[in-house]
Ligand binder design. Structure first.
Ligand code: AMP
Length: 240
């Protein structure tokens, strides 16, 4: 099974949350899920990278946190996510990539989902695991297309021609925070602040653990199967 696998007819899905260390492949897999289920891919990292370009004090604060590998404050993240989830394109489901990332964010999200106008009965939380030995290679080799957003990796998923996007031939770029010193900080923030979420969601019975260390297409196939098993195609199961 690959990203080219025919998509099922659009249907509502519970919110899908992707958990995992930076470099586990959340962004790549989220893009494939978005195409298959016709639901938006919401990456708080992408939202902040875009925000950080603006000329404002808030943008400067966000950029400072990001370039040092620190997390942006919970208040700001939750405010940005609340605003985004209320848009119409989130009615039939969405994929959260990189959120929640701290226990306060997770608690906020569950409360928001349970009490909001579009109360979600449950969430599907996918925990993508990957061995630490692979991570530096993945993060250091990561490149993306600034035009279409497609993600490559010089070691594990290279483009057909070095340095250019297969789809639109744009020169590929490296994220500024995929730098060895910043990577160390990001991994440490992950261990201290995000890893506890695994137990938080496991305790609520909504965690599905998948190895993200295998070939990208194989991970995608397992992910599709896990989601379709967790949300079988029946109106009751899919209801938001
Ligand atoms: P990512 O692209 O998900 O690796 O995120 C890049 C950076 O954006 C992180 O290192 C943080 O500085 C910031 N960020 C993204 N999502 C969050 C979040 N949920 N909470 C706090 N900071 C975040």
């Amino acid at each position: 099974m690959t990203e080219a696998q025919p998509a099922p007819a659009p249907r509502p899905l519970p919110p899908v949350l992707l958990l995992g260390v930076p470099g586990a492949g959340k962004g790549t897999q989220a893009k494939r899920l978005s195409l298959r289920y016709h639901i938006p891919h919401l990456s708080t990292g992408d939202i902040f990278r875009e925000m950080a370009h603006a000329e404002s004090d808030l943008a400067k604060r966000v950029w400072n946190d990001m370039r040092q590998g620190n997390l942006v404050s919970d208040d700001l993240v939750c405010q940005v996510v609340a605003e985004r989830l209320q848009r119409d394109d989130c009615r039939s489901g969405y994929i959260l990539d990189g959120f929640p990332r701290t226990l306060p964010q997770a608690r906020w999200l569950m409360q928001f989902l349970e009490s909001g106008p579009r109360a979600a009965a449950r969430v599907i939380v996918i925990y993508l695991t990957v061995g630490y030995n692979d991570l530096y290679r993945r993060l250091l080799g990561r490149r993306s297309c600034p035009a279409c957003g497609r993600i490559y990796n010089d070691f594990t998923q290279p483009p057909r021609h070095a340095g250019v996007c297969d789809l639109d031939q744009s020169p590929l770029v490296q994220r500024k925070d995929d730098d060895p010193a910043v990577i160390r900080e990001r991994l440490s923030a992950y261990e201290q602040q995000t890893l506890p979420l695994v137990e938080f969601f496991r305790g609520r019975g909504s965690l599905l653990e998948l190895s993200g260390g295998e070939a990208v297409d194989r991970v995608t196939g397992r992910l599709f199967a896990a989601i379709e098993q967790a949300a079988p195609e029946s109106p009751a199961a899919g209801a938001l």
